[in-house]
Design a protein around this ligand. Structure first.
Ligand code: 5GP
Ligand code: ZN
Length: 116
């Protein structure tokens, strides 16, 4: 699996940095965001390092998006949100702060749940 030495999400995938695991299989790792915008805010990353959507091949993008229904449904069952946002930031200007491709899954509870 291709990894980047100084990438914090590669370190999380490897277990070198601890994380609260939500889901894992051979291709992806999902874990709770350290700074939750709502309860259950989860990040899904491909295990293979890729910087952002511009650098990502179709197979890796497919593997990542393919897992969303399963993980979103698990969050729904566990936390009973009334909705969920999917978010993906690419490049600094668009709010990307960690340069390993990731999808945010942000469960929604009501209009005052903290995420706009
Ligand atoms: P971005 O701004 O790149 O779309 O999202 C990066 C996300 O990674 C942020 O929401 C941030 O809170 C989260 N994050 C940064 N460092 C860590 C970490 O060490 N552990 C976890 N679980 N989340 C992190
Ligand atoms: Zn990485």
């Amino acid at each position: 699996m291709s990894q980047e030495k100084d990438c914090i999400f590669c370190k999380i995938v490897n277990g070198d940095i601890p994380s609260s695991k939500v889901y894992e299989d051979e291709a992806v790792y999902a874990f709770l965001d350290i700074s939750q915008v709502t309860k259950g805010h989860t990040l899904i990353v491909p295990k293979k390092h890729t910087q952002n959507i511009y650098e990502t091949d179709e197979e890796t993008a497919g593997e990542l998006f393919k897992r969303v229904p399963k993980i979103a449904t698990a969050l729904k069952k566990a936390l009973n949100p009334v909705g969920i946002n999917l978010l993906n930031n690419n490049e600094e200007a668009a709010g990307q702060s960690v340069f390993h491709l990731h999808l945010h899954l942000i469960p929604r509870y009501d209009s005052t749940d903290g995420f706009n």
